[in-house]
Design a protein around this ligand. Structure first.
Ligand code: MOS
Length: 768
C-alpha cells in the first residue's frame, strides 16, 4: 500500500489505497464457503418450495388435481391461482405495476390464464426439497391449449409502434435534424439489417428467495437481488405493508447481469408460500426455470441506414428496431441511444416497433441497448471504411464527436482519442493489411477488427453511514449490493482513504434494507454512487471532529477557523502550518467519545431517465453529457473448412473516470468482454416458433465461452479526471466492457474472410 501521499481531499481523493489492486476482501469467505448466499440461510423450521410451471405457452387452466400430491408425506401446502393468499396489489394493471415497480405486468397464480411457457402454475411446499419435487410431479394440471404466438417473426404477429414512452423504460421516437432528407441526398448510402439472438443472463447463482415471517407484520427476505431497496418496495407494495416491516437482505450475489435488477414473480410467490405454511420457506429456481423466470434479452432485428459524404463524413443515421415483447408490457432495450451519440452526425432518427407474443417480458440484460445498438453502428462504420478504402480507425477519428450531438452538450470528459491511440499501439494495429481475406496463418484465416465502446453515466443517488471509533477503526454501511464485482473491496478502499486509516481498520457492510438506502447495482451506477456516498459520510465525520477540535481548549486547533483546517491521513492540521494539529484518536479520547457518526449522500451523473433510480428535475439540469468511452481491438482465426472462429488476441482500453481498484476493474472489463464474445460467437436461446418454448434451456445447450475460447486479454485504463460526475469522479465500468465487443469480433471475421455476418451469434453455418 502506498501511503507516501497525504490522503485528505477537498473534492476528490488523491491516490492512496484507492486505485490499488487490493485483493477482494470477501474472497476468502467465498472460497472457504463462509459467504452466505440467499439460498444458504439456515433458519429454524425452514421448508422448501418448488414451482411447477406450464409446458404450454398459451391456454386456460381447466382444473388442477392436487389430491395425490397432498397425500404424500411432508407436503405442507399446494398453492394455485385458487388459493394463493390475497395480495394488496398486483402488477396486473398498469397502476399496480407502476406502484410495485414490477418488471412485468402480470403475476402468475392470479388467474387461470396461461400466457407463456414456463409460467408458474403451482407452488408446492414440503419439509424437504425432494418431497416438494416429488409432490409437484404428482400435481395434474389440465389446460385447454391454444395456439401461441412466438415472436415478431410469426406472420400472424401484429407489429405495432409503442409511439411514446410507456413506463420510463420503453424508448420512443427520436428525431434530430432531418435524417430522411439527408440520407436521400447522401452520396454514400448503406442500409443493413442486424439480427440479435435471444440471450439469457445465466448468472452462476440462480434466483433464490428465503422468506421468513417473523411475525404477522414482520417479514425478512433473503433474496438474490441487485437491489434490496427496490425489492423491499415491490414486496411491501404488493403486501400492503409499511416498508419498514419488510426487510430484504442480500449479502452475496453470484452474478446478476440485469436479471436480478427487479422483483420477479417467484419472490412474492415464496413470500406467500411462507405465509400459507407459517414457516420460513426457501425457493431456488432451477437452471431451466432461469430461462423463463427473470427476463432475457429480446429477439430483435435492427435496420440501420447510414448516409455519408464521399470523404466519409456521416450525414444521416436512421435506426429502426423490431422486437418481441410480452402480452402486457412494451419493453424494448434502448438500442438507438448509443447510435445517436457515438459519432458527429447532424441528422438522426430512431423508431421502435414491437410485437406481442406468448413470452415473458424481457428485461435489462448486460449493457441493455448499448450492446446490440453498438453492434449495428460499429459494423456499419466498418462497412463505410471498406467502401471508401479507409482504415476503420481513421473513419472513426474522421467522425469523432467533440460534443454529444444527441443533447448538444459538451462532454464532462472524454478520453476516446487516447483509448484509440493506446489500444492501437498495444495491438499493433498499424501493421494491419487493409485487404480483407488476405492474412493467413498456415491454413487459417486471420482477421483484425476494432470497435468503439461507450456507456452513459446514469443518474442515481444513494446514502452511506460512517461510524469512526476512537480506537482507530470504522464501520461503514450502505444498503448497496456486491454482484461479485467488488463493491465490498472498493468501498473499503474509499473509506480507508477518506478516514486516513488502513483498509484492515474498515468494516464495510452492505446488502440490507436496515442500512442507509443505496440504488440498485445496475446500469453501472453502484461504484460511482456508493463511493461518493461513503466519501461524503467521511467528510461529515471530519466536519464534526474539526468543529470539536476548534472548540476544545486542549486542542492545538483551539479557536482555529474550521475552514482553515485540513485533514491529512487521519490528522486534522492547520492548512497554514501542518505541524500544528492532532489526530482524531487523541481528540476523541480527550472528549471521552467512543465513536462518531457521519452520513453522506452520493449523487451520480444526470440527464438520463433510466428507471434505475429516482431522479428529480433538478438533478437532470446538467450542462454536460456524461459517458465513458473505450475501444476494443481483436484478432480472430477462422477455420475456412470448419467455419469456426477463435478469438486469439484482445486489447481493450477505456476511459471511465477514476478506477477504484486496478485488479477488480480489470477483471470486470475482462468479464464484460467475454460476455460480448459470447454474444458474438455462441450465446443464443432458441425459441421454437410453433410452441413458443425454449429448446436449449440449460448450460449444456446454451453455449457460453469457456477458458479455451478466450485468450489472455490486455486491459488498460486511461487516467481520466472528471470533475462533473460525482464527488469521487467515478464513471463505473459495469457495462461498457461489453459494448462494441460483438462488432469488434464481427469486424475481425469480415477482415479474415471478406464475409459480413450481421446475425448473431456468428456460428460456423453462417461463416461457411
Ligand atoms: Mo445491468 S443489465 O443494468 O444489471
Amino acid at each position: 500500500m502506498d501511503t507516501a501521499e497525504p490522503t485528505f481531499f477537498e473534492t476528490n481523493p488523491k491516490a492512496g489505497v484507492v486505485g490499488q489492486p487490493l485483493d477482494r476482501i470477501d474472497g476468502r469467505a467465498k472460497v472457504m464457503g463462509q459467504a452466505r448466499y440467499s439460498a444458504e440461510f439456515v433458519l429454524p423450521g425452514l421448508v422448501h418450495a418448488v414451482l411447477k410451471t406450464s409446458d404450454v405457452a398459451k391456454g386456460r387452466i381447466q382444473s388442477i388435481d392436487t389430491s395425490a400430491a397432498l397425500k404424500e408425506p411432508g407436503v405442507l401446502a399446494i398453492l394455485t391461482h385458487q388459493n394463493l393468499p390475497a395480495l394488496a396489489r398486483t402488477p396486473n394493471d398498469a397502476e399496480g405495476k407502476k406502484a410495485i415497480g414490477a418488471p412485468m405486468g402480470f403475476l402468475p397464480l392470479t388467474t387461470d390464464r396461461i400466457h407463456y411457457a414456463g409460467q408458474p402454475v403451482v407452488v408446492v411446499v414440503a419439509d424437504t426439497l425432494e418431497r416438494a419435487q416429488h409432490a409437484a410431479a404428482l400435481v395434474r394440471v389440465n389446460v385447454a391449449v391454444e395456439k401461441p404466438l412466438a415472436s415478431y417473426e410469426d406472420p400472424k404477429a401484429e407489429i405495432f409502434d409503442p409511439l411514446k414512452v410507456q413506463d420510463g423504460k420503453t424508448p420512443g421516437h427520436t428525431v434530430r435534424g432531418n435524417a430522411k432528407e439527408a440520407f436521400a441526398a447522401a452520396p454514400i448510402q448503406l442500409t443493413h439489417t442486424y439480427v440479435h439472438a435471444i440471450n439469457h443472463h445465466n448468472p452462476m447463482e440462480p434466483g433464490a428467495t428465503t422468506a421468513h415471517w417473523e411475525a404477522p407484520d414482520r417479514l425478512t427476505v433473503y433474496e438474490s437481488t441487485q437491489g434490496v431497496t427496490r425489492t423491499q418496495k415491490s414486496l411491501s407494495t404488493m403486501l400492503g405493508m409499511p416498508q419498514e416491516q419488510v426487510r430484504v437482505v442480500t449479502k452475496y450475489l453470484g452474478g446478476g447481469f440485469g436479471c436480478k435488477g427487479s422483483c420477479w414473480p417467484h419472490t412474492i410467490l415464496t413470500v406467500q408460500a411462507a405465509k400459507a405454511v407459517g414457516r420460513p420457506v426457501k425457493l431456488s429456481l432451477t437452471r431451466p426455470q432461469m430461462f423463463t423466470s427473470m427476463g432475457h434479452r429480446e429477439d430483435q432485428t435492427q435496420t440501420l441506414k447510414l448516409g455519408a459524404t464521399k470523404e466519409g463524413k456521416l450525414t444521416a443515421l436512421i435506426h429502426e428496431k423490431t422486437s418481441t415483447t410480452s402480452p402486457w408490457d412494451n419493453y424494448s432495450e434502448p438500442n438507438s441511444r448509443i447510435i445517436d451519440l457515438l459519432y458527429a452526425c447532424p441528422n438522426f432518427e430512431a423508431t421502435y416497433q414491437l410485437a406481442r407474443a406468448n413470452v415473458m417480458t424481457s428485461t435489462f440484460t448486460r449493457a441493455p441497448g448499448e450492446a446490440p445498438g453498438s453492434f449495428a453502428i460499429e459494423c456499419s462504420m466498418d462497412d463505410l471504411a471498406y467502401q471508401l478504402g479507409m482504415d476503420p480507425l481513421a473513419i472513426r477519428l474522421l467522425n469523432y464527436a467533440d460534443k454529444d450531438y444527441s443533447t448538444n452538450k459538451p462532454w464532462s470528459s472524454k478520453s476516446l482519442k487516447q483509448c484509440y491511440a493506446r489500444g492501437a499501439e498495444l495491438f499493433g494495429w498499424s501493421k494491419r493489411n487493409p485487404k480483407a481475406g488476405a492474412t493467413r496463418d498456415g491454413r487459417l484465416l486471420v482477421g483484425w477488427g476494432m470497435a468503439t465502446a461507450s456507456y452513459p453515466v446514469h443518474n442515481s443517488q444513494g446514502t452511506a453511514r460512517v461510524r469512526l471509533y476512537a480506537d482507530g477503526h470504522a464501520v461503514v454501511q450502505s444498503g448497496a449490493t456486491d454482484l461479485g464485482t467488488g463493491t465490498y473491496t472498493v468501498m473499503t478502499q474509499v473509506a480507508a482513504d477518506a478516514l486516513g486509516v488502513t483498509p484492515d481498520k474498515i468494516r464495510f457492510e452492505l446488502g440490507d434494507t436496515r442500512l442507509p438506502t443505496a440504488p440498485n447495482s445496475g446500469g453501472s451506477v453502484a461504484a460511482g454512487t456508493v463511493s461518493s456516498a461513503v466519501y461524503m459520510a467521511a467528510q461529515d465525520v471530519w466536519q464534526k471532529l474539526i468543529r470539536l477540535a476548534t472548540q476544545d481548549k486542549k486542542s492545538p486547533l483551539f479557536r482555529a477557523r474550521p475552514a482553515d483546517v485540513a485533514v491529512e491521513q487521519g490528522r486534522m492540521v492547520l492548512k497554514a502550518n501542518k505541524n500544528k494539529g492532532e489526530d482524531f484518536m487523541a481528540l476523541m479520547k480527550r472528549a471521552e467519545m467512543t465513536d462518531i457518526e457521519g452520513n453522506g449522500n452520493g449523487k451520480y451523473g444526470a440527464g438520463y431517465e433510466t428507471g434505475l433510480a429516482t431522479s428529480t428535475a433538478e438533478d437532470r439540469k446538467v450542462e454536460h453529457a456524461m459517458h465513458s468511452f473505450g475501444a476494443h481491438f481483436c484478432e480472430v482465426q477462422v477455420d475456412p473448412d470448419l467455419g469456426t472462429v477463435h478469438v486469439k488476441r484482445w486489447v481493450s482500453v477505456h476511459g471511465a473516470g477514476r478506477i477504484l481498484n486496478a485488479k477488480t476493474a480489470r477483471s470486470q472489463i475482462i468479464g464484460g468482454s467475454i460476455f460480448g464474445i459470447g454474444s458474438a460467437l455462441m450465446e443464443s436461446t432458441h425459441r421454437d416458433q410453433s410452441y413458443s418454448r425454449y429448446t436449449n434451456s440449460s448450460l449444456a445447450d446454451y453455449h457460453i465461452p469457456v477458458n479455451a475460447d478466450i485468450p489472455d486479454m490486455t486491459v488498460e485504463f486511461i487516467d481520466e479526471h472528471d470533475p462533473y460526475i460525482n464527488a469521487m469522479g467515478v464513471k463505473g465500468i459495469g457495462e461498457i466492457s461489453m459494448v462494441g465487443v460483438a462488432a469488434a469480433v464481427a469486424n475481425a471475421v469480415f477482415h479474415a474472410t471478406g464475409k459480413r455476418i450481421r446475425s448473431l451469434p456468428i456460428t460456423p453455418d453462417k461463416v461457411l
